[in-house]
Design a protein. Sequence first.
Length: 165
Amino acid sequence: MLKKLAQAEEKWGGESRLIDRWLQTRRELLIQYFKLAGLSPRGAAEKSLPGLQQVHIFCDHMVDYISECHFRIINHIMHSFPEGSAITDRLMPEVLETTDSLLDFIDTYSNAENDDMLLALDQDLAQLGDTMETRFALEDKLLQTLYTYRIKRDEASEAVVAANE
């Protein structure tokens, strides 16, 4: 997932603050995920259960990530350019399916009060990783849309400036 994030940052990073912020938020979520799963970016695994506070922090990051996607990114795409609504309409059923899975994880673990509630965490994290990967692929389509729109808008602005010279 980090490799795909690096590819996304290389492809779309630096083109807009909105895209950069979204990619940074994704990076922060992935860092928290790998910490929680006991994985390092180099693939070495720790064999200990995370603490409840770490689980709660991760759930908070995930809520922030979901909110940013739905209320900032998707809303921006829907209302910023003509084909935006059609694109979000096409992707939303799949995005919402992943959102439901992410929210199920959050519902299960955000209010965990003791370590006994973490017994299924490893299995749930594995499923969550698959869901996150699916979601990131969908979001990358949204990122491409934002990037393409920005390029088209910039080219149109340059054409107007050139015509006025």
